[in-house]
Design a protein around this ligand. Structure first.
Ligand code: AMP
Ligand code: MG
Length: 364
């Protein structure tokens, strides 16, 4: 794969967890600018980073250290983490670091923006459904082993649904405290932490002089600048039913991209696939979308909005994305139709015969 010259211009394809990224093999890098690539396991996923700059290896080292810090910080299963302390506090006011408090504030703003389709207080239902990791993957088809194998009783869903309400979360910025006002309420920032982490890693790489690079946190990506020849980064959008092939290629520069898919964590029961993204209005796994990809200026926006679009479904999801400036998206529905926002234009190239454009998108 590294044969220089003969392979210049050949496509190198890397399979990375829930996403793939593509890049052209580059010709000799200039003396000052070097390229480094690194694979790490952190944030519960395989992390791939490409960086080009004067000291790319050191820059990547700093970025990975930051990812490790964030992994610990937002681990709700670690009883000492701030999120766990908040969840154990009942309805008491809990002092939090300004970083966690700031993220909770952003989560609440995004929850309002999505009309509650993204709701960080969905946690008790995630637990009830068993979309939580376990060491044994008995009876589950999920690529990530998890506890759930059968849907819970309707009555139990109804009961816990009462705790799902982001408007009951109170933030006191002056004293740096947060309160979950409904007793039993739980918070989890799992649908946005990887996006935040991508933003932080990109910030660090840029501050370390990296002008071109790609961060892939297994489905949450951040593209810094362009490729060395000035062309955009090429990201492969995963085929939701075949992890070894792609639906198409997304071209991006200086953007974050996140995908929420029904293939990440799910179980099948009586022929129905129940996936890990729940509709907070019903407490049921969202149906109708196989994957939702969002392109945004920040990883947080891409991450939250991909989860929200997945919940909202094609019509309402696209309408939300269309209503927001600088946000684009691709929704693949369960009928293998590709639905894209109007601003995406030629940035997405369909590369699979198994999928077809939705008529409304104005494509053939
Ligand atoms: P993502 O992969 O970014 O779409 O995030 C999915 C994770 O977010 C799930 O594993 C749940 O822990 C959590 N989650 C599921 N549904 C929602 C929702 N409607 N709002 C917020 N978080 C959710
Ligand atoms: Mg998300």
């Amino acid at each position: 794969m590294r044969k220089r010259g003969a392979l210049i211009g050949a496509l190198a394809v890397l399979i990375l967890g829930t996403a793939y990224w593509f890049f052209m093999n580059q010709s000799e890098a200039t003396m000052e600018e070097r390229r480094a690539e690194s694979v790490a396991f952190t944030m519960g996923t395989i992390v791939n980073i490409i960086a080009e700059g004067e000291a790319p290896e050191a820059a990547i080292g700093h970025a990975v250290a930051e990812l490790e810090r964030l992994t610990d910080m937002f681990d709700r299963f670690d009883p000492d983490s701030e999120i766990a302390r908040l969840n154990q506090s009942g309805d008491e006011w809990t002092p939090l670091s300004s970083e966690v408090l700031g993220l909770i504030e952003q989560a609440l703003e995004m929850a309002a923006l999505t009309g509650g389709a993204f709701d960080p207080t969905i946690t008790p239902l995630i637990e009830l459904w068993g979309f939580v990791e376990t060491d044994s993957d008995e009876g589950s088809d999920s690529p990530t082993p998890m506890r759930g194998v059968v849907p819970p009783a309707t009555e139990e869903i109804k009961n816990l649904l009462k705790l799902v309400d982001y408007t009951a979360v109170q933030v006191d910025t002056d004293s740096g405290r947060v309160r979950l006002a409904l007793p039993g309420q739980q918070m989890d920032l799992g649908a946005m932490v990887k996006g935040y982490a991508a933003d932080r890693a990109a910030e660090i790489l840029k501050a370390q002089g990296v002008g071109r690079g790609l961060i892939d946190l297994g489905g949450d990506l951040y593209a810094i600048g362009s490729r060395v020849d000035g062309s955009p980064w090429r990201l492969g959008i995963r085929h939701p039913r075949d992890s070894s092939s792609i639906v198409g290629i997304l071209y991006v520069e200086d953007k974050a991209v996140a995908t929420s898919g029904d293939y990440e964590r799910y179980f099948e029961y009586e022929g129905v696939r129940f996936t890990h993204i729940l509709d907070p209005s019903t407490g049921m796994p969202a149906q109708g979308v196989m994957s939702a990809t969002v392109v945004a200026p920040t990883g947080i926006e891409a991450d939250v909005l991909s989860t929200a679009a997945f919940v909202l479904g094609v019509d309402r999801g696209l309408a939300l994305l269309e209503s927001l400036p600088d946000i684009e998206g691709i929704l693949i529905d369960t009928d293998y139709r590709i639905n894209i926002t109007s601003g995406l234009g030629d940035s997405f190239e369909l590369r699979s015969d198994s999928f077809h454009w939705a008529e409304e998108a104005g494509h053939e």
